[in-house]
Design a binder for this molecule. Structure first.
Ligand SMILES: [Zn+2]
Length: 418
């Protein structure tokens, strides 16, 4: 009897499995008929490639080329070659499909330049391929530039550091930028179609326009070199080698700023940037906001803080300790009209009040309350974690090499070939 029940159960289980597979198969098949599958969805690229998000949610763009190029769509069903004299092509999304010039492609396609040719998107030239995906609304596009990591770095180093700075500073910058982008790629790239943004949200990338002879040399002479340390995530020791313009006298720990601890990012005393940085980077302010302005900006970015009503007081809740009463504001306490309060990380409040960070340059600051106003006065430019770029510039001018610069700003990190 028991045996029969078991057999029945087994039979029912098998039927259910077959049905489930059948439904899944029919579902997939249906999906393919109604809309092509996404091109290379959620698959990591080869280790020497990086995918840079150029545009997200863009409605229209213009593609030009200095030579010929091919376009292949997601199902490889449509392929076209365009010669070197091709007029600029308008690209839009139509009902979930990519339309390039007069031709329709699938919901994802890749533009591959001919050998020795370059592609330009909206007038900016990039090496490597351009990938285009339609977004779920069917009307907007995501534009990604996929290229070799070393080519990408030439477009970053020249955008993140003046190319006339010393070669040793440029080499330190190349290694920091390489390590940072590989960390970001390994950590986040496997679950999405791109690895890094082209803005300061990751690191600034300007494509071919940022390349100069000195920058290319710095990248080539440090080829494949990265910094590593002992830590626990899955990036084989590669860590986020943050860097920023001017630390103002002391770099900050990654834990205080971003909530993640890495041994080489604990903060160091830096006496270098003050020798070369612009005066308004070393000491800035006062930068003044009214409390109405502050409330509006905070609530736009953090709607959940609406319960504070009007923000009537801002005080540093936690400050790092550089000695002699100095330090960066790690978190701010915001106090609302009825006494309710909330806490924001220092960098989060800074970039909420001043999205570009050009005026309120750092959290290495003091606050002064006026009549309905708050004034911030401070030192340094940028988040202050990792390498201080003006400090690296000074060290290079004083004859230090890139290894000494990196050892100073990322103590205990180990330089290896990736
Ligand atoms: Zn510094």
């Amino acid at each position: 009897m028991l045996d029969t029940i078991f057999k029945h159960k087994e039979l029912i289980k098998r039927v259910l499995i077959i049905l489930a597979f059948g439904c899944c198969f029919v579902g997939c098949w249906k999906k393919q008929v109604s809309r092509p599958v996404a091109f290379e969805r959620k698959t990591p690229v080869q280790s020497n490639q990086i995918r840079v998000l150029l545009h997200d949610n863009i409605k229209q763009l213009r593609l030009t080329s200095m030579g010929g190029f091919s376009i292949k769509d997601s199902l490889m069903a449509s392929k076209a070659h365009f010669g070197r004299d091709t007029e600029p092509l308008e690209i839009i999304a139509v009902s979930g499909y990519v339309k390039i010039g007069e031709r329709m492609f699938g919901n994802g396609c890749v533009v591959v330049p001919d050998q020795f040719s370059l592609l330009s998107v909206n007038g900016k030239a990039y090496r490597g391929e351009i990938k285009l995906y339609t977004l779920d609304d069917g009307k907007s596009l995501q534009v990604i530039n996929q290229l070799h990591v070393e080519q990408y770095l030439a477009g970053v180093v020249g955008a993140e550091m003046p190319s006339y700075w010393g070669q040793q500073a440029l080499k330190a910058q190349a290694i920091a930028a390489r390590t940072y982008c590989l960390y970001t790629k390994n950590r986040f790239g496997t679950n999405q179609k791109w690895d890094v943004r082209r803005t300061q949200a990751n690191q600034v990338y300007r494509g071919v326009s940022a390349e100069t002879a000195t920058v290319k040399q710095a990248v080539a002479e440090t080829r494949a070199m990265v910094l590593t340390c002992r830590h626990r995530d899955s990036t084989r020791g590669i860590f986020p080698t943050y860097y920023s313009s001017t630390c103002g006298g002391h770099t900050e720990s990654s834990y205080n700023t971003f909530g993640e601890y890495f041994p080489p990012l604990n903060g160091v005393v830096c006496g270098h940037c003050k020798k070369t940085a612009q005066r308004n980077y070393l000491a800035w302010g006062p930068v003044t906001f009214t409390d109405t302005e502050i409330t509006a900006k905070v609530l736009v970015r953090y709607p959940s803080l609406a319960e504070l009503k009007k923000i009537e007081s801002i005080v540093p809740a936690k400050t790092s300790n550089y000695g002699q009463g100095e330090g960066r504001v790690v978190s701010f306490r915001l106090i609302g009209k009825d006494g309710k309060d909330a806490y924001l990380k220092g960098e989060d409040l800074r970039l909420t009040l001043d999205t570009t960070g050009a005026k309120m340059k750092s959290t290495f600051c003091k606050i002064k309350k006026g009549k309905g106003t708050y004034s911030f006065t401070g030192k340094g430019f940028g988040h202050g974690v990792g390498m201080c770029q003006y400090g690296a510039h000074t060290m290079a001018r004083e004859g230090k090499d890139y290894k000494q610069i990196l050892r100073f700003y990322y103590p205990t990190a180990v330089l290896v070939k990736h």
